[in-house]
Design a protein around this ligand. Structure first.
Ligand SMILES: [Zn+2]
Length: 288
């Protein structure tokens, strides 16, 4: 057990490193335009792998509704003790809300003392609806548990919750799940879990065409960005990319591309390496 914890620790550390890397390399911007939500779900998905007990997970499960449309469940864990229905909110800022109120509020610091407010549909009610839908497909004999998981970069303010649902930060998820699982008895056999998984996993592919389109869009966008960078054009604002030297962090001393419109535009990219870098450096010096 101690060894397992050590390995998990190691994985967490690697994750932190990756986060740091993204922040420093400017990939955080790419990530944001490429869908911040997906990233949050992926982080949770990786944690679920370490939950004790036989389980299988389904990401992005599209449930058909009576009116012909579909609703999407971010993550499902089919576990010996029941189905854990997870709604991921990878938000930042302060979060206000209550179990009963229809809308919750996210406030963001927009700089210069300005506060931006956004409303979003109450995730507790949203997940309740998901569970209702899920019971229609799976049957009501399987106990289901609602989890709303927020990213660690937001902060809860005066959340009024009725205790029917867990509303937690991502960093608390493993502990909460382990505690909850411990208190519950096994209700599903391995073959039942497998059967449920097959049923629900098939629903996660119902939108394959849409997903394919999305992948193509991302690919095209990435190609555009790469082309811009190779032409030393900032893909974010159209400014010129210039070679700079990192002064802080683990990459101190190494070269990177920064936007000439800094600090207005904070885009950064990897600089070329080797001979290419040398040529660029000489070019830039000659321009001065
Ligand atoms: Zn720029």
């Amino acid at each position: 057990m101690a060894l397992l914890d050590k390995i998990k620790n190691q994985i967490e550390k690697q994750e932190d490193l990756k986060e740091q890397y993204y922040e420093q390399s400017g990939a955080s911007w790419l990530r944001t335009i490429f869908n911040n939500g997906t990233k949050g779900e992926y982080q949770i998905y990786k944690k679920l792998v370490n939950v004790p007990g036989y389980n299988k997970c389904v990401a992005n499960c599209y449930l058909p509704k009576d009116d012909g449309t579909t609703t999407e469940i971010d993550l499902l864990m089919i576990h010996e003790t029941g189905i854990y229905v997870i709604e991921s909110k990878n938000y930042i800022g302060y979060i206000f809300g209550s179990s009963k109120r229809r809308y919750w509020t996210q406030t963001l610091n927009a700089g210069r003392g300005r506060i931006e407010k956004h409303q979003f549909y109450n995730p507790v009610l949203q997940n309740k609806a998901h569970i209702r839908q899920l019971k229609e497909i799976v049957g009501s004999f399987v106990p289901m548990y609602s989890y709303i998981v927020f990213g660690d970069k937001c902060e809860f303010k005066n959340l009024e919750l009725d205790g029917t649902c867990r509303v937690i930060y991502r960093s608390e998820l493993m502990r909460a799940l382990k505690m909850d699982i411990n208190e519950k008895s096994k209700v599903l056999t391995e073959s039942q879990i497998d059967a449920l998984f097959e049923k629900l996993d098939s629903l996660s592919h119902s939108d394959t065409n849409k997903k394919k389109e999305h992948v193509v869009e991302i690919k095209q966008e990435r190609e555009r960005i790469e082309k811009d960078i190779s032409n030393e054009i900032c893909p974010k604002c159209g400014g010129k990319l210039v070679l700079r030297t990192a002064t802080k962090g683990p990459n101190a001393g190494s070269k990177f591309y920064g936007c000439s419109n800094y600090p207005k535009c904070k885009f950064t990219a990897k600089a070329p390496t080797g001979l290419k870098l040398l040529i660029k450096e000489i070019e830039q010096k000659n321009q001065k």
